[in-house]
Design a protein around this ligand. Structure first.
Ligand SMILES: Nc1ncnc2c1ncn2[C@@H]1O[C@H](COP(=O)(O)OP(=O)(O)O)[C@@H](O)[C@H]1O
Ligand SMILES: Cc1ncc(COP(=O)(O)O)c(N)n1
Length: 280
């Protein structure tokens, strides 16, 4: 790839000043997956390993303008959403994504931080499901978001499947109900549903409290592999491998919950996909 034009991906997401989640995690993941990352910022959060203490939204028309500027000049092979904050931002993103035909399009319906602080206004849920889900190639709720969006209890694998079926009826091509928040005695199983078949992506649950940014790393790695031209199931398999390695590489910065790590990808860069040589 050295000297050539790399694939490009776009994240439409909030900023995490602590650098664990949000667009910081997405851009780092894009780089580690060999893709040029671009970002439309939706909100600035005041955040660290202990939680979120402030949220400052970017005007909806500025979010849409960032998306348009990137798509019309740089080009986007795949895009994902993270924190979208408000109904106005969701409506603006839905409009610009539909108008410019941005695809594949991964929607992570982020509703709260891992500490429980809200990252989405409650009145924006219907815009999320009504406007964004029908445009999505893949939606990736965690168990808590699946409960919020469906009203179902979602306590185990059977609950994940039931929620995936209900969410698929809202229009996305694929639904992934992530299992990171299931009880610690259960493996980290994510359930993928395409309207017909159920596929499980399973990994051993790694015993660490430092899981800030797991969902963003999974979604961003999957988006990167979609931008590199892989089909959805293969992109997601690689995304799952990426996040499992990232959880294993997590580290304690700050006195609360630390970030998942991306250093493994640089240290152990696979032989079939070497980093470009550094010019002398
Ligand atoms: N302790 C863990 N060990 C291995 N994988 C994990 C662990 N915690 C979460 N995951 C995986 O990380 C990804 C993100 O899941 P989840 O934590 O449910 O999402 P979110 O970050 O959106 O809340 C999923 O693939 C999930 O299975
Ligand atoms: C800006 C931003 N976007 C997303 C998340 C969710 O990530 P997590 O569930 O790891 O807190 C976050 N905390 N902050």
């Amino acid at each position: 790839m050295s000297g050539g034009v790399p694939p490009r991906a776009l994240t439409i997401a909030g900023s995490d000043s602590g650098g664990a989640a949000g667009l910081q995690c997405d851009l780092r993941t894009f780089l580690c997956c060999g893709v040029h990352g671009t970002a439309a910022v939706t909100a600035v959060t005041v955040q660290n390993s202990l939680g979120v203490t402030g949220v400052h939204e970017v005007p909806a028309e500025v979010v849409a303008a960032q998306v348009e500027a990137v798509v019309t000049d740089i080009g986007v092979g795949a895009a994902k959403t993270g924190m979208l904050a408000s109904r106005a931002i969701i409506d603006a993103v839905a409009d610009v994504v539909a108008r410019l035909g941005v695809a594949p399009f991964v929607v992570d319906p982020v509703s709260a931080s891992m500490h429980g602080e809200p990252l989405l206004h409650p009145d924006a849920l219907t815009a999320m499901t009504g406007r964004l889900f029908p445009l999505a190639t893949l939606v990736t709720p965690n168990v808590l978001e699946a409960r919020l969006l469906t009203g179902l209890p979602v306590r185990d694998r059977a609950g994940q499947v039931e929620a995936a079926r209900a969410l698929h009826d809202l229009g996305p091509r694929w639904v992934l109900v992530k299992g990171g928040h299931l009880p610690p005695d259960q493996p980290a199983v994510d359930v993928l549903y395409d309207g017909t078949d159920v596929l499980e992506l399973s990994a051993e649950r790694i015993p660490t409290r430092h899981v800030h940014g797991t969902g963003d790393a999974l979604g961003a790695a999957t988006t990167a592999w979609l931008a590199r031209g892989l089909d959805l199931v293969e992109a997601l398999r690689r995304g799952k491998q990426y996040v499992t390695a990232a959880v294993a590489d997590a580290y304690p910065v700050g006195s609360g919950v630390g970030p998942v790590g991306h250093r493994w990808r640089v240290r152990d860069w696979p032989a079939e996909d070497p980093p470009p040589a550094v010019p002398a």
